[in-house]
Design a protein around this ligand. Structure first.
Ligand code: ZN
Length: 207
């Protein structure tokens, strides 16, 4: 009799443990094996993402053809992403003098506070905001949208330490990734740390 109760308890436990496996069997056994259709969808998403979010960066997609013999599609997708991020990083960008803003949009003391100094001028936030509006809240390097001023970075056409001023013509606005690229001292580390990298890898996972 005692054996029977133990048997029932163990049998019930076993069923409880195996139940999730039965319920989620489809998910468990069919995951991580991308199909051809998924791969095409991935390529489409990748191209749309780059064109929409980083319109100024020209991407050469010949890597897709070059990897056609790779049968592991996840590996192939990861490799393609690596090459796209690499191109984002290596994109040749030259800092150019930025458009002026009409004088009536400026304020008293604007000129004297534009003079180069080690410390940012007290009206820096105002300058940053005006530069952002002038550029339609777009990163100067990649063209991505920068709705929030807190996530907007800046650089100078001519560095302040080289005698560059705080005038609007010298202020360039950048996204977080382009700012990282321009200040990079270790390309591999920078590429791995880019938000772009995470976003593109996400295209694989969310298929
Ligand atoms: Zn950018």
């Amino acid at each position: 009799m005692r054996l029977d109760i133990e048997f029932i308890i163990y049998a019930s436990l076993l069923i409880v443990c195996l139940l999730p496996l039965y319920i989620y069997r489809k998910k468990i056994f069919s995951s991580s094996k991308p199909q051809k259709g998924d791969f095409d969808a991935f390529l489409k998403d990748l191209k749309i993402h780059m064109k929409t979010n980083h319109p100024k960066i020209d991407i050469d997609y010949s890597i897709i053809e070059k990897t056609k013999n790779e049968s592991n599609l996840t590996f192939r997708e990861t490799f393609i992403i690596e090459k796209v991020v690499e191109q984002f990083f290596n994109f040749e960008y030259n800092k150019k003098t930025q458009p002026s803003v009409p004088r009536d949009k400026l304020w008293v003391n604007y000129d004297e506070k534009s003079i180069p100094s080690a410390k940012l001028p007290s009206d820096w936030q105002q300058r940053k905001e005006l530069a952002s509006r002038r550029d339609n809240k777009c990163c100067n390097r990649c063209g991505c949208n920068l709705p929030s001023l807190n996530e907007t970075y800046t650089t100078f056409v001519k560095d302040i330490k080289d005698g560059g001023s705080y005038t609007l013509e010298n202020i360039i606005i950048l996204c977080i990734d382009c700012n990282k690229v321009l200040n990079s001292t270790n390309p591999k580390n920078t590429m791995d740390s880019l938000i772009l990298n995470d976003k593109l890898l996400h295209l694989i996972k969310t298929k």
